[in-house]
Design a protein around this ligand. Structure first.
Ligand code: SAH
Ligand code: SF4
Ligand code: F3S
Length: 443
């Protein structure tokens, strides 16, 4: 019998990395099947993230722990992929000589060949070149692996924005958009296989198509319109957008496209104009608020979420207060917030860190406390409302308990006497609201 070897993948970071891990699993599927048990693996991929120092430390600590495993089993293949791998390249090998492969996000399509070389005992292979001519190849996702009802579809890679704190333009390279035709065939293929929800992924989806030759460009909004015509796709989401590029053409989609979920992730980062300027975000708070208001005029029930950084170099107490004031004005449905982390070679590393660690922690705690209470207040607004849910699955906690996700991206738990398939759409009335979930009653 031709038994397959076992592959373990650990994924850190964003949805782009999640999708890349799926692609890697599929690329290696002829020789490897995946396992959840790291100790039984013949090959281990650590798909790394370097957005903050802590994320990088986590990746290194897992890779470090594999040193012993490699000693015990020299045939074990260890690959580091993702943003830390891209960033560190050869340097990673000198720190972690037991690593066989260091592979950047644009090189994952070479994995079958790279694995073959590693299996033939070639040591220390680094594949991190970011050729200017690189295109994400047409690639049809496996229907056997991955979630049956919802999938991520990468529409572009990289970023040209160079926010001064951010490492992404260095790890993922300059912006490249996939061809609209490739994206549409991928989604057609998923829909034909029963996938009901797709999330389009890019670091800044609003600039989709800007790198394509003039006269032959598809804007992000027109891509959305074309995707929404695909039969079988019932829900459409996307992430993320830089507010400076949020166009009215996109806002209009929320009025026109029934399938587009009423949730918008619009990272603000700071409520202070001085800090936004120093971050090179290229919008003011006034412009941001204007866009939020306009967006809500296109779809009043839209759920808005954001990202916020505290303790950026030069952030005064007054700057921080401006962020606290902003969240009162916008009243986000949910938010992710982070302590600033210096990420060489991002430009902000040259700015003196003026906020102590303790102060950053205090500001973060103060911000998160208020963000949480706003989220709870927002969640309570749904009590008595009818929401459509896409079923995620049965809750492990109790019999007959099910969990689904609303278009607004809320997790809603409910009782059902019937067995429901993931991807089914059901209607509920919301009866209770907690911080992280709602409770509904099936209609
Ligand atoms: N492309 C996305 C952001 C991806 S990174 C966008 O522009 O919206 C996700 C979040 O991580 C960012 O929105 C930011 O809030 C946070 N982040 C990025 N770099 C950071 C750093 N150096 N320190 C702390 N948080 C950071
Ligand atoms: Fe980073 Fe800014 Fe690009 Fe987002 S838009 S990935 S924060 S540089
Ligand atoms: Fe992390 Fe790279 Fe994503 S740095 S957040 S895995 S783009």
């Amino acid at each position: 019998m031709n038994e397959k070897k076992l592959l373990y993948i650990e994924t850190f970071g964003c949805q782009m990395n999640d999708r890349d891990s799926e692609i890697m699993r599929q690329l290696l599927a002829t020789a490897y099947e995946t396992t959840d048990v790291i100790s039984s693996a013949d090959a281990i991929i650590v798909n790394t993230c370097s957005i903050r120092d802590k994320a990088e430390q986590k990746a290194y600590s897992l890779l470090g722990a594999l040193r012993k495993k490699k000693k015990e089993n020299p045939g074990l293949i260890i690959a580091a992929t993702g943003c830390v791998a891209q960033q560190e390249g050869e340097k990673m090998l000198s720190r972690m000589p037991h690593v066989d492969l260091v592979v950047g996000p644009r090189n994952i399509y070479q994995l079958p060949e790279l694995f073959r070389r590693a299996e033939q005992q070639q040591k220390g292979i680094v594949a991190t070149d970011q050729a200017k001519s690189f295109m994400i190849p047409p690639f049809l996702p496996s229907l056997q692996q991955g979630q049956p009802h919802k999938r991520f579809v990468t529409i572009m890679q990289g970023c040209n924005n160079f926010c001064t704190y951010c490492i992404v333009p260095f790890t993922r390279g300059r912006e490249i958009s996939r061809k609209a035709e490739d994206i549409l065939s991928e989604i057609n293929h998923l829909a034909a296989g029963g996938v009901k929800e797709v999330t389009l992924l890019g670091q800044n989806v609003n600039s989709y198509g800007n790198d394509q030759p003039e006269g032959n460009r598809t804007s992000f909004a027109s891509l959305l319109r074309r995707v929404s015509e695909i039969k079988g796709v019932e829900r459409l989401r996307f992430t993320t957008s830089n507010p400076k590029d949020l166009s009215e053409e996109l806002m209009q989609c929320f009025t026109d496209l029934k399938k587009l979920c009423p949730h918008f992730h619009l990272p603000v980062q700071s409520g202070s104009n001085a800090i936004l300027k120093s971050m090179n975000r290229r919008y003011t708070i006034e412009l941001y608020l204007e866009k939020v208001e306009k967006l809500r005029s296109y779809y009043p029930q839209l759920a808005l979420t954001t990202d916020i950084i505290v303790g950026f170099p030069g952030e005064s107490r007054a700057d921080f207060q401006a962020t606290m004031d902003l969240i009162e004005k916008v009243r986000y449905h949910a938010a992710f917030s982070f302590k600033y982390s210096s990420r060489p070679p991002a430009k902000s590393c040259q700015m003196a860190e003026t906020v102590s660690r303790e102060e950053k922690e205090e500001r973060l705690a103060e911000l998160q406390e208020r963000l949480s209470s706003i989220t709870l207040e927002r969640n309570r607004e749904y009590i008595g409302q009818r929401l459509e849910l896409m079923v995620e699955g049965e809750s492990k906690a109790a019999d007959g308990q099910w969990s689904g996700r609303s278009g607004t991206n809320h997790i809603v738990n409910f009782q059902s006497p019937d067995v429901l398939a993931p991807g089914n759409l059901v209607q509920v009335i919301i009866r209770e609201a907690c911080l992280h979930s709602l409770r509904g009653e099936l209609l």
